[in-house]
Design a protein around this ligand. Sequence first.
Ligand SMILES: Nc1nc2c(c(=O)[nH]1)N[C@H]1C(S)=C(S)[C@@H](COP(=O)(O)O)O[C@H]1N2
Ligand SMILES: [Mo]
Length: 363
Amino acid sequence: MATPATAAGPIVKPLPPEIFDVLGTNAETRWEALRGQGYHVPNDRFFVRNHTSTPTIDVDTWRLTVFGSGLRGGPVEFGYRDLRSLPSESLSAFIECAGNGRSYYASQQGQQVTGTAWHLGAIGVARWRGVRLSTVLAKAGISRRAVDVLPEGLDPDYVTGGVNLGKVRRPLPVAKALEDVLVAYEMNGEPLPPDHGFPVRLVVPSWVGIASIKWLGRIEVADTQLASPWDTQYYRLIGPVYPPDGTLVTHQVVKSAFELPRNAVLPRGKQVLTGRSWSGNGRIRHVDVSTDGMTWRHARFTSPACENAWVQWEFPWHPKAPGAYTLRARATDGTGTRQPDVAVHNTQGYLFDAIVRHPVTVV
Ligand SMILES: Nc1nc2c(c(=O)[nH]1)N[C@H]1C(S)=C(S)[C@@H](COP(=O)(O)O)O[C@H]1N2
Ligand SMILES: [Mo]
């Protein structure tokens, strides 16, 4: 009999160094690997954030169990084919880690933060297909008294600092769960790849990535508020400007990135800079680019600017002299919020929204 294949590391898919930077159990997409790509990030270029490791799940025995005090009756189970036979829906949405950009708290602002030191590559936009969570919850008999749902992954327990925090799980208020959340089984027209949650994951548009639980196994529905370390200990903004127990992180913030390597070497003469901007608070209205830190000009949009996803843009540039330059892009989102020069510090380094200074050398 063949030996079951075991993954060499926490991530199953290949991680070629020209596409990914590996950070512990995670892999971030290099922004230069998105240049020339379309609106959606191909599955083999999409960043991976694993608390532990990608599990192998047998789809024939896999079940999603929905249970709890917020149902009118007892637990309800769904198999993979049950879900696939329900009405399906597709949407384009980003999944972005709340800590995306975290390394810039230290490198741009000289501030200490804990957590994975991502640059800006802990984001991707995909076309997701699946069943609305509202449809699944209706089938399971959600009651009008339901307050919170608690989706839980099937990956190994998360153990940190000698403490077992259990399965990766995070409560979601019923209002959001019923609004626009997808129980997704397809990513860019293919079954979900193992690293991205096969057989099914949640996609929670506009919210921090932790809400989009992968390898979904159970959903508790409760008529009381639920809690987990992922909303009491992590994913809270803690710092001088916040209340003592912090502020819960829900929506993502506005950000921009150039599709260039850090410290890119660029030729002198006419060229076109490209990038993308996004926000968890409405579509991007405009993007300004500066190559000298003083003057700003609008970038030209080369894709639609979609809510819950991003906009692609380009900016013609003609550097006349060789030397070191600092590129800056700053977006304004649907609420009129423009990226600031400095992000407000929080101890765990979430939601870095400041303009990122991108050094390049012209030769
Ligand atoms: N079960 C489970 N779900 C999870 C995680 C995890 O480790 N286990 N990581 C979360 C975090 S922090 C992020 S940012 C996204 C990343 O999704 P991706 O790996 O498909 O890019 O998945 C979320 N869902
Ligand atoms: Mo994350």
